[in-house]
Design a protein around this ligand. Sequence first.
Ligand code: SF4
Length: 238
Amino acid sequence: MDLLNEKNVMENYFDNNTDFPREVILKEDILKNGIYFTDTALNNTEFQNKAYFLFTFDVDVPDKVKSKSKIIPQKFKIKNGTYDLKPTIIQSRYNSNSIYKIDLTGNKLKLLLNNEIIADVDFVPEHGYYKYKLKDDTNIDEISPAIYWGETLDITAFRICEYWGLSEECKFCDINENYRSWGFLRKNIGTAIEPEKVAEAVSLASRDNEVKRYLITGGSIKNHEKEFNFYIKYIKEV
Ligand code: SF4
């Protein structure tokens, strides 16, 4: 498929699915392809860094993503533009070869498809509760970073999975690779976060009216009784 045709293909999808929101079609295509951020866009804006808890979701390998001038935003919002899009939030999945790019043009963030501007962009801002620290001086986002534009705390209590290593891991999953590659972002946390720290982070973050949900997740423990006893401690402590 040549570059020119990819925009035509997208517009054909719009034309052939008029009962379906354009925003959904475009969002799915961006998630599937990944997105490229120019250094100009990253270096001249403020945003919430991607948290790299659970999975990376990036298309590129971690070393390539880490070579960027800054950690990429957790999410971005597309709106207006060629297709008069309603505001639509999309997770960042980095791909340096993507047909989709976010760049800074005339001091404004724009989404480009095949180098043609198609929409306005906002990066997700840092959230109010990010200013809090735990009693031991740990930054709160090291325990409970935000997803869904700050509405949900994403707590990965166990940052690795026991299905890895014997080719038993799920095909889409990169949890252990994520920890190996990005674990340095939370060097004092280790693989299993202490339940007391999770409870303290939830308590602090709940002062922020934007926070509506708490997601506690993590890798699997093969012995199901041990797994139950591990995860139930977090619920009880919170
Ligand atoms: S069970 Fe383990 S390998 Fe499968 S998705 Fe969950 S964390 Fe990944």
